[in-house]
Design a protein around this ligand. Structure first.
Ligand SMILES: *[C@@H]1O[C@H](CO)[C@@H](O)[C@H](O)[C@H]1NC(C)=O
Ligand SMILES: *[C@@H]1O[C@H](CO)[C@@H](O)[C@H](O)[C@H]1NC(C)=O
Ligand SMILES: *[C@@H]1O[C@H](CO)[C@@H](O)[C@H](O)[C@H]1NC(C)=O
Length: 369
């Protein structure tokens, strides 16, 4: 079951709508028969005298959505449509502040288009909209959208770091991703403020259940002590170990009240439970998976760049735009200059200034949503 607290009331509404649609469809077909009867002389149908049906209600959902269609079925359909052959999908979550025109999601999608052979990956990207307005915007700009709306929580606004709504949003995400694993899909989870410049799949470890990008990377992919992971980007294989791990991670929120998923991950990453279930965890090198905390230095190797270590949406947008320009500039170079010139990012600019002013602890995932 999807842990969707709105699902029961949604199901009731859906049933009512489906019933209405059913009768609309029935009355439409009666109407059609009635009209037909006039021409072929089946006068007995006249007694039905159907009221004119409301055509606008008779739409494809009558056929597409069975009465028992649940959130889980709908999610399964979206995932199936977006899935690669090996049941891998790319997932991001989005709320209204990041989905507005000229906001984060536009830059995110643009990065796929201007990246090096990354536009085909858009076919495998599922955007999880955390509110209704975001869902409406999603279907305009992207093919694979799913609405994950949580009753009683407004995720639509910019959720400031560590406010109660921010924490709820982060934990909702972990619980949701667990259900994706249970449905048998591997996923790359990516924050929308991560720019995709190259296909990351060739850089993933083949022998890890859970691999995660870092704010700070200390050179050893299995070093649990020093590496500082960032929950905004990870690749997780669906298996019993990863499902058990996500359940453990989610339930650990009770042991560390007030902490968000990433800080709790730092607490539990060395827990004996993980050894017991045999989960293989690895950390991704910032050479390929960089960010403002620790930028990838090599334009010829970078796969993704995260606007981490950044406080405030305006600063983030500003620096993301500069970063996309830097990339376009690089892509326009002739091949020999791509290899020989050593371009560097002009960012972080405002992000670094602001993060120094507001928040100087390194290695934190500063703002989401
Ligand atoms: C998970 O464990 C069950 C029971 O031990 C087993 O039947 C199943 O095949 C496992 N699934 C995966 C994906 O490893
Ligand atoms: C991690 O766990 C191992 C084995 O339980 C232990 O030896 C080590 O000290 C732990 N490291 C940290 C930083 O807790
Ligand atoms: C970026 O920083 C500069 C210098 O502090 C400031 O003038 C400008 O308004 C900032 N821009 C944004 C979008 O925050």
């Amino acid at each position: 079951m999807l842990p969707d607290s709105t699902s029961s009331s949604t199901a009731v509404v859906r049933r009512i709508i489906t019933t209405v649609l059913f009768f609309a469809a029935v009355s439409l077909s009666c109407f059609v028969l009635y009209r037909a009867s006039n021409s072929v002389g089946l006068r007995f149908l006249n007694s039905f005298e159907p009221s004119p049906p409301s055509f606008t209600y008779v739409t494809s959902p009558v056929h597409e959505e069975a009465p028992q269609d649940s959130a889980e079925n709908r999610l399964d359909r979206v995932l199936k449509d977006a899935s690669m052959q090996d049941r891998t999908v790319i997932i991001t979550t989005l709320n209204e502040a990041w989905a507005a025109p000229n906001s984060v999601v536009d830059l995110f999608l643009e990065s796929f288009r201007i990246g090096d052979h990354t536009s085909r990956l858009l076919n495998h990207l599922v955007i999880i909209a955390l509110d209704g307005k975001t869902f409406s915007h999603c279907v305009v700009v992207h093919t694979h959208c799913f609405a994950l709306v949580t009753k009683g929580v407004d995720f639509s606004q910019e959720a400031y770091f560590m406010t109660p709504d921010y924490l709820k949003m982060m934990w909702r995400r972990i619980d949701f991703l667990r259900s994706v694993l249970e449905m048998g899909y591997n996923f790359v989870f990516t924050d929308a403020d991560i720019m995709w410049f190259r296909d990351p799949f060739p850089r993933f470890y083949t022998d890890a259940d859970f691999q995660i990008a870092c704010d700070r990377y200390y050179g050893n992919p299995v070093d649990l002590v020093n590496n500082i992971p960032n929950g905004g980007f990870n690749f997780v294989k669906s298996n019993n170990r990863s499902i058990a791990f996500y359940k453990f991670w989610y339930s650990s929120r009770n042991a560390y009240p007030g902490l968000h998923d990433q800080d709790v991950l730092n607490k539990i990453k060395n827990d004996s439970f993980i050894t017991k279930i045999g989960l293989k965890m690895k950390f991704l090198n910032t050479v390929y998976f960089g960010g403002f905390c620790e930028p990838s230095k090599d334009f010829n190797q970078v796969c993704t760049m995260h606007a981490n270590c950044c406080y405030g949406l305006d600063s983030k947008l500003q620096d993301l735009r500069i970063m996309l320009q830097d990339w376009k500039q690089f892509m326009s170079l002739p091949p020999y200059l791509k290899r020989s010139s050593m371009p560097s990012w002009r960012v972080p600019k405002n992000c670094s200034l602001d993060s120094l002013r507001h928040y100087d602890q390194p290695g934190k995932h500063v703002l989401q949503g």
